[in-house]
Write a protein that binds this ligand. Structure first.
Ligand code: SF4
Ligand code: URA
Length: 187
């Protein structure tokens, strides 16, 4: 049931042109993982490798995320992973407010279907989408934030850990907390 609903969103996303990113993308990247996931990860937007493959977090940052998940006993297939915008912003620029607004209905629909226990916000674009400018990642990472009956834990974006390797340990400790928060999945 949830799988079918997620697939219908993905179908809409692949042919979407609600914002100008639709014109420059190769493939739209709807999301990946289990429709029954207890943890959803939300990044910023597809990068080059994601744009080519249509799968989120498969480039360098995604491979680092996979390694960190495994190190903390989490597996990507037990999670759901997606982005604020589903199409690659040219040159990996930060998506603009009109793009974010146009794409947000897909993210809200995905979260409404999956109903995760917790949403891990990867980096400032995801944090700002839900909380505006009131927090920075450095202040609130690893803490639980609640809004509109959704629970969030922000952490650094894995791309930041590629630039600053000392963040790897910090992200891993946040992922450890996330893993401890969730119930075992039933599927
Ligand atoms: Fe549609 Fe989102 Fe892609 Fe814009 S970024 S074209 S709103 S799927
Ligand atoms: N960075 C993101 O924010 N999302 C991806 O899917 C890949 C890299």
């Amino acid at each position: 049931m949830e799988e079918t609903l997620l697939a219908s969103i993905a179908e809409e996303v692949v042919s979407c042109h609600k914002c100008k990113l639709g014109a420059s993308r190769t493939k739209a990247v709807a999301g990946d993982g289990s429709a029954h996931a207890r943890i959803c990860f939300v990044g910023e937007g597809p990068g080059r490798e994601e744009d080519l493959s249509g799968i989120p977090f498969v480039g360098q940052a995604g491979r680092l995320l996979d390694r960190m998940l495994i190190a903390e006993g989490l597996s990507r297939k037990d999670c759901y992973i997606c982005n604020i915008v589903k199409c690659r912003p040219p040159n990996n620029r930060v998506p603009d407010p009109a793009e974010v607004a146009a794409c947000s209905l897909y993210l809200y629909a995905q979260l409404a279907i999956i109903k995760p226990d917790i949403i891990c916000l990867l980096g400032n674009t995801a944090l700002r989408f839900f909380f505006g400018e009131q927090y920075s990642i450095g202040q609130v990472r690893g803490t639980i934030l609640v809004k509109d009956e959704l629970r969030f834990m922000p952490t650094y974006h894995p791309a930041a850990a590629l630039r600053n390797p000392q963040y790897v340990q910090v992200i891993e400790s946040d992922l450890r907390k996330l893993a401890a928060l969730i119930q075992p999945t039933t599927d």
